[in-house]
Design a protein around this ligand. Structure first.
Ligand SMILES: C[S@@+](CC[C@H](N)C(=O)[O-])C[C@H]1O[C@@H](n2cnc3c(N)ncnc32)[C@H](O)[C@@H]1O
Length: 239
């Protein structure tokens, strides 16, 4: 890895490790100023330069999400037919997920229209069906309990709204590409929100993912989740 990319990743690790925990506190995340700042810094300011940031990771950008997607597929693969990607950006996470769930319908949301243009371009290579909608993750234009799998990577963690649109037994996969240092803290904070029946997660390479399952669901899923073996990455300890 080039020294410049190494420096960029180090800065990104520090930045996301500082910014993410306060955003997990709904009272702070909901403030208009916070939302505007986040959508500016992590959307409008980058525009079509964001894919160069992804390139700096030299293949490591989606490792945590990939691990989480593998896990979601093992837990509920057969039941995943509607996927929402909130704060989709270039559509990177949706693209990864489409390889796991090629028969699913993907709904991609972003507050910045220019990002949706990029996501639409990327989805041309996808085997799945994709729709793109400009929307704030705090007000997702979907009915309650209509999504089987919700993805949110390196974006605003609007967990209350994410839970609303997830169906009972649905899965929320929240991933971060660079803040692996705070993986354990984030998992505990998501548990404290008390919105999900099960919350687990792992640090993966530079980042982490948190997989949260909404209460309820179809028969057999809970047992599937319990039977599922942990992967070879470092598991976060149970509380
Ligand atoms: C850092 S990019 C990450 C994009 C993508 N999820 C990925 O993993 O590559 C963050 C994205 O979240 C979007 N975003 C920020 N705040 C948002 C909000 N309140 N609602 C919807 N999208 C938002 C930004 O416009 C930007 O496209």
């Amino acid at each position: 890895m080039s020294p410049l990319n190494r420096l960029a990743l180090f800065v990104s690790q520090i930045l996301f490790s500082i910014v993410t925990p306060p955003l997990l506190i709904p009272r702070i995340a909901k403030i208009r100023f916070t939302r505007s700042l986040v959508s500016f810094c992590f959307g409008r300011a980058y525009g079509d330069r964001y894919r160069h940031i992804i390139d700096c990771f030299e293949g490591r950008y989606g490792l945590a999400m990939a691990e989480g997607l593998g896990r979601a597929e093992r837990i509920a693969g057969r039941q995943i037919s509607v996927v929402a990607d909130c704060g989709t950006g270039t559509g990177y996470a949706a693209g990864q997920a489409a390889a796991h769930f090629p028969h699913a319908t993907f709904m991609a949301f972003d507050i910045v229209p220019a990002m949706l243009v990029q996501a639409r371009e990327l989805a041309k290579e996808s085997p799945a069906k994709h729709y793109f909608v400009q929307a704030d993750s705090f007000a997702i234009p979907l009915k309650d309990a209509s999504v089987d799998l919700l993805l949110a990577q390196n974006t605003m963690p609007c967990f209350t709204e994410f839970t609303r649109v997830c169906r009972p037994g649905g899965i929320l996969l929240y991933a971060d590409s660079s803040a692996g240092w705070i993986a354990d803290l984030v998992r505990r904070m998501v548990r404290r929100l008390a919105l999900f029946e099960e919350v687990s997660g792992e640090r993966v390479d530079l980042g982490f993912y948190v997989l949260a399952k909404k209460q309820g669901g179809r028969e057999g899923e809970a047992n599937d989740a319990k039977r599922e073996k942990p992967s070879n990455t470092r598991s976060l300890p149970a509380r």
